[in-house]
Design a protein around this ligand. Sequence first.
Ligand SMILES: [Zn+2]
Length: 453
Amino acid sequence: MKDRAVQFVCTQCGRIETKWLGRCPDCGSWNSFEEEMATPPSQKMGKAAVIDTKTSPVFLKDINIDPGFRFETGISELDRVLGGGVMRGSSILLGGEPGIGKSTLMLQMIEKCSLGKSVLYVSGEESPSQVKLRAERLGLSLEKISIFCDTRIEILANVLEKTKPDVVVIDSLQTLSSSEVPSPAGSVNQIRCCSTELVGLSKQLGISLFLIGHVTKEGVLAGPKVIEHLVDTVLYFDQAGSGVRLIRAAKNRFGSIDEIGIFHMSDKGLIAVTNPTSFFITEREGENTPPGIVYTAVIEGTRTFLVEIQALTIPAKSGFSRVYSDRIDNARVNRVAAVLERHAGIRLNDQDIYVNVAGGMKISEVSVELPLALALWSAVQGVSLPSKLLAFGELSLSGEVRNVSFSEKREKAAGELGFSRVLVPKTTVLGGVLEVSRCNTLKEAVQVCSKMV
Ligand SMILES: [Zn+2]
């Protein structure tokens, strides 16, 4: 007789191993592996593949696109991240830490949708009265929102088949359970099985399905990562600064993943930040910024944001230099510091380096390298730069400063916010909005800045 097939699954990312491991080699979580029975390939799926022989290839030109295939949720920042609205029959995973505002956002969205569509809010986290109280607190119209508080998948599937709502929110993924799976709700097996069922059902019935998934650091619950491959779109909800929430797509079958949505948390729920260009900048008085601060313009999707890079250096505590940077990748900060040390002669190897971006935006654009280098230089030297100056450019390891894309767009956005001067690589083409200083190398950039102060 064969042994029962047992496998171990990482509850955070879904990696499968034959043996228990203390640390997941994929996502780095500790104690995240849980034992489960290896499930044989789903019989349902096999059958569907065999029965469904009616379909045959068609020419793309013969396909009619239904204009109602994508609809707007009415929450502008959410629609932006989704790529212009929700596709009918698509499944969207919304992940984030507990308490960040996922349920609030979904409740607000479902109210907007309920004006023209049939909607259903499925809550396994809160009772109907709790949801009602929350909706009232947010000042939502309760008229057309239906709620269902049973998260047993068999019952839920039955309800969906009968009522066929246009939009369904599941709050949350981790409360779903199927009687066919022996493990408890929130385990990898349950989450995977129930999500597969729901995603399949929503495709079949044309339901736009939103799945809320909690991301817990302790790993008590399996994370939303284990079903990322099942859904069409994966959104993550993040906290950035106090009261600011960013929503970002990690995967989007129907649009780009470059756009971010920005919300402000208030007692009336999440409010879309409609003019976010200046959102991440601190208002300051005076001609100069404090040492260690440099402004730059970054592009996220179709929008330009002005942001403030902050750097602080202090003599290293532990004998060797360390970098503490949440918002810009540590490796990038290390590399920029190395270039600054080698090519501009600024000694940093005995300093601890702290880097931050005001407002909490994470920046992965290369254009941040020149302003980051200048912020480090300004911090080490203790010099202030003009407060109407911004800089952008990429650094090479040889200390040259390179062009970045969308320079005119960045210049224009800065001009609109009252910036008067820009420091850019020599060959950058600009629109003549700002007074321009140019540099070929980081050394030149530092010289130009030294003359400004
Ligand atoms: Zn893992």
